[in-house]
Design a protein around this ligand. Structure first.
Ligand code: NAP
Length: 320
């Protein structure tokens, strides 16, 4: 089968399409024929060799795939050949025609979700779920600012926030991204590339501030985020690409807090809860992953360049 292999850490050009053996499942394992694989920003950090998790070389990237179960190993109960599934992590990588996964890494993909959308489930929706439910402990009627609402995590958080009864605000930097954020549930949208947009956000809350901020670029925004918080407000740091200086006094007066996590570090109980919540939402139509761009698997390097450029509009997925 064909798969993307990374033989050395480096720029997008190290992603090469190669011929590799098709995996065979042993006990407790599942082989999935991949119809689409999700591209996430962390895939690019890992490929560059700068991420906390550094896989042994060579490796095939990708935790998020969607497709059809091709074969199962001894003792597998959860799925059978022919089942539609999405993956949440894999053993051999999702940027491939087939991937090998543990039984617990594959999850039923509801009928109304196509494979491209299925490739946009785990990291984006898992992150949005953990941020809103576990980390922020959001309660209906609270106001949430999705700071970076046009990308994978952002669009997921907008849809989820709406279903939770939150009042949702979103930011993006292009007309397309702003329209997408509005369509996916933001009551008001703001252009984070425009000077002074934070004042508009405060005005939109009549000066009170927001209860929750889901932050996609903390190194740029965190210091100012603290000034946008309502009393008892929480900033949830999801994305960060550098250092930042903050004034803790902005937190003290508000009894506010900064919380942060990585999806890698959640507990098995939290993960089980996330999949149950996501599958219910995907099945009842309240969660609808937005695919902005489909790229052939052979052009994975282009997808890695584009995901780091401004102008996000939903997910980028690779098609084998
Ligand atoms: P994505 O699809 O590439 O989207 C990136 C988002 O960030 C877009 O909405 C983009 O908006 C926005 N953005 C760009 N500049 C911004 C700024 N100055 N202020 C606020 N937002 C800005 O990426 P994603 O999958 O949604 O992930 C978002 C971030 O979270 C990434 O850094 C990723 O690594 C991180 N992440 C972390 C975890 C975790 O476990 N903690 C999990 C998933 C993702 P425009 O393009 O419209 O400017």
């Amino acid at each position: 089968m064909k798969a993307i292999l990374v033989r050395e850490f480096g720029g997008p050009e190290v992603l090469k399409l190669e011929e590799v053996p098709t995996p065979k499942p042993t006990a407790g394992q599942v082989v999935v024929r991949i119809h689409a694989a999700g591209v996430n920003p962390y895939d690019t950090y890992m490929r560059a060799g700068t991420y906390a998790v550094k896989p042994p070389l060579p490796y095939t990237p990708g935790s998020d795939g969607a497709g059809i179960v091709e074969a199962v190993g001894e003792g597998v109960q959860k799925v059978k050949p022919g089942d539609r599934v999405y993956t949440a992590k894999t053993v051999t990588g999702a940027y491939a025609e087939c991937t090998l996964a543990l039984e617990e890494q594959v999850h039923s993909l509801p009928k109304k979700i196509n494979f491209g959308q299925g490739a946009g489930v785990w990291v984006p929706y898992g992150t949005a779920y953990h941020a809103l439910h576990h980390s922020a402990q959001a309660r209906a009627s609270e106001t949430v600012l999705v700071h970076g609402a046009s990308g994978g995590v952002g669009t997921a958080a907008l849809q989820m926030g709406c279903t939770m009864g939150l009042s949702v605000l979103g930011t993006a930097s292009t007309q397309k991204g702003l329209e997408l954020a509005r369509r996916e549930g933001a009551r008001r949208v703001f252009d984070h590339s425009k000077a002074g947009y934070q004042e508009e956000i405060l005005k939109a809350t009549s000066g009170r501030g927001v209860d929750i901020i889901l932050e996609m670029l903390a190194n740029v925004n965190l210091a100012h985020d603290l000034k946008l918080l309502a009393p008892r407000g929480r900033v949830i740091v999801i994305g960060n690409r550098g250092e930042v200086t903050i004034n803790p006094r902005e937190l003290m007066g508000r009894h506010a807090s900064i919380r942060a996590f990585t999806l890698w570090g959640i507990t098995p109980t939290e993960e089980a809860e996330i999949h149950a919540g996501l599958i219910a939402g995907l099945a009842n139509g309240t969660l609808r992953p937005v695919v902005g761009k489909e790229v052939p698997l052979a052009e994975a390097s282009r997808a890695h360049k584009e995901i780091l450029e401004p102008g996000a509009a939903g997910k980028i997925v690779l098609i084998p």
